[in-house]
Write a protein that binds this ligand. Structure first.
Ligand code: FAD
Length: 512
């Protein structure tokens, strides 16, 4: 038992946990992060094999290459002195849709050209009107930086309390806490546009547009369809972002312990006072922040603690899981590959139907440091649409498992072969992953993307819990799933610990 408590102990080094830890360290707190894996980053960790740098999660980044930026991750990197890492910009990605093979760009002109070709001039006019409707909603969302919110559940109430400078945004604010679907239903009739929006919602939230938060989508559309829009790719991939957060944490005196799994939370007099690790070590802390998902967090509590909350939270519905394909392959003669390709099989099956959508990402197209010379590295995944029920109970060593993996991952190859017919012969590394692989390496409940909490029913829960001394951050908390949201939740957990004065110093330092 380490008797002297640290100020802040963070369970998990996902992007949310690292953001929380780095901000607490910046505010002068002693901070220890405990990560079960040998690599930091959680869903955003990278790994290397034979000179290929593989990604495990995020492929779409924006708001990193500019300052000022409304991306909370970019703001936190700035705050911890890690603003100078290199970021590449690009505009286009490919989509293989039932309508055909399209190259779609961010920025208004390129997208309108595609819409005109697929659906005609009326659809372009409809799209322009839709973007106009979204502009005040995006402006309202932008008017209060997420880092300015105080931790707590009543986020909408806080927005309304911000006073006169927000008066002009009041009419649009009623949309911020709701779902995007009703807005789309009111303003878009063209089938292609509706499908396109549904696809983007699904890629962001893991749920269709009826369940995806309107503020998140209005902000995304505001960024992607502005005149100066671009997408970003951090040089070195998501691992480079994780490294920057870890460097910032350490520069401010924080510690990261890899390969240290937390087995349970220590509760004394109904307060969380530390953790017990699987190696038997106990570490005491004034505040504990769990970056583990909600299901894993409640499992760390003794059965007699916060029983109603444990029952309710443990029953949170989960998004679907993933199939993964990682390839290292010979790039000879493949000069015009897109960095990303998104494939959808059949709109009528629904965007969330199993085996109906996939993302193929080849970051070495932009960043040659990701693969050995003359080669590419690919990460393919089916985004949150692989049913856990197909895999639950299978052993990863069994013949049934191997056979099912081959059958279900065949989809990747059939889509890839449309673009690179001899892809199988080109590969020097092939790794296929299932929801069980995802659960194992990302340590998520049922290999899930995160909680399937519909925006139609309200916002994600805040970072506070009924157990004093225990906070949460990451994809199970407000504002939700995805890199910018989990960075914001990490900041909110940090604000709860370091207090109003330190939060306001941070906002001043960032000019927010
Ligand atoms: C395939 C895929 C593609 C994605 N694409 C994008 C994208 O393009 N753009 C985007 O913005 N977002 C994307 N996301 C979502 C985004 O990556 C995640 O929402 C985000 O990274 C989750 O961060 P988090 O803070 O919740 O922590 P997590 O990544 O969930 O990490 C939690 C960490 O806690 C550790 N942990 C858990 N329990 C314990 C314990 N008991 N003891 C010690 N450690 C523990 C885990 O090992 C893990 O490292 C994608 C996700 C996936 C899976």
């Amino acid at each position: 038992m380490t008797d002297e408590p640290v100020d802040v102990l963070v369970i998990g080094s996902g992007i949310g946990g690292l953001c929380c830890a780095a901000l607490c360290a910046r505010a002068g707190r002693s901070v220890v992060v405990l990560e079960a894996h040998q690599q930091p980053g959680g869903a955003a960790h990278g790994f290397e094999r034979k000179g290929f740098h593989f990604e495990s999660g995020p492929s779409l980044w924006s708001g990193l290459s500019r300052w000022p930026s409304s991306n909370p991750l970019r703001q936190i990197l700035q705050a911890i002195g890690e603003e100078d890492f290199p970021v590449l910009q690009y505009k286009n990605w490919d989509v293989l849709l039932p309508e055909g093979h399209l190259s779609i760009g961010v920025g208004p002109q390129d997208f309108e050209t595609v819409v005109r070709d697929v659906s005609g001039a009326d659809a372009v006019a409809e799209w322009r009107r839709f973007i106009e409707v979204l502009q005040p909603i995006a402006a309202a969302a932008d008017a209060i930086p997420l880092l300015a919110l105080r931790p707590g559940v009543d986020v909408v109430g806080q927005l309304f309390k911000q006073g006169p400078r927000l008066m002009k945004h009041l009419p649009a604010m009623r949309h911020l806490a709701g779902a995007f679907g009703p807005l789309v239903d009111r303003h878009l009739q063209d089938p292609f546009l509706r499908h396109w929006v549904d696809l983007l919602c699904f890629l962001i939230s893991g749920m269709p547009m009826a369940d995806t938060n309107a503020a998140a989508m209005a902000t995304l559309f505001g960024e992607w369809f502005s005149d100066e829009a671009c997408l970003d790719y951090p040089v070195g991939g998501s691992a480079a972002v994780v490294d920057a957060l870890v460097r910032g944490l350490k520069r401010h005196g924080g510690t990261l312990n890899l390969g240290t799994s937390v087995d349970s939370l220590l509760i004394e007099n109904e307060r969380c006072v530390g953790v017990r690790c699987s190696n038997g070590e106990q570490i005491r802390a004034k505040d504990v922040v769990s970056n583990a998902d909600v299901w894993s967090t409640v499992d760390l509590l003794p059965s007699s603690t916060a029983m109603a909350w444990r029952r309710r939270s443990g029953g949170t519905p989960a998004c679907g899981s993933f199939l993964h394909l990682h390839l290292g392959f010979d790039a000879t003669g493949l000069d015009d590959l897109p960095v990303h390709t998104v494939w959808v099989g059949d709109w009528d099956r629904g965007i969330d139907a199993p085996s109906n959508a996939m993302v193929l990402s080849i970051p070495s197209v932009l960043d040659s440091s990701m693969a050995p010379a003359g080669h590419h590295v690919l990460h393919g995944y089916t985004p949150a649409n692989e049913p856990w029920s197909l895999w639950e109970g299978l052993s990863r060593n069994s013949r049934d498992y191997t056979q099912q993996k081959g059958e279900r991952c065949a989809l990747f190859w059939s889509v890839l072969e449309q673009r690179i017919p001899d892809i199988r012969e080109r590969c020097s590394i092939v790794m296929q992953g299932t929801p069980l692989t995802h659960q194992h390496f990302l340590r998520t409940h049922q290999g899930s993307y995160g909680p399937a909490l519909s925006a139609a029913d309200g916002l994600f829960p805040g970072v506070t819990t009924p157990v004093s001394g225990l906070l949460m951050c990451g994809a199970s908390t407000f504002p939700g799933i995805g890199i910018p949201p989990v960075a914001a939740s990490g900041a909110m957990a940090a604000h709860a610990i370091v207090g109003r004065k330190a939060q306001s110093d941070l906002l001043n330092a960032l000019g927010l």
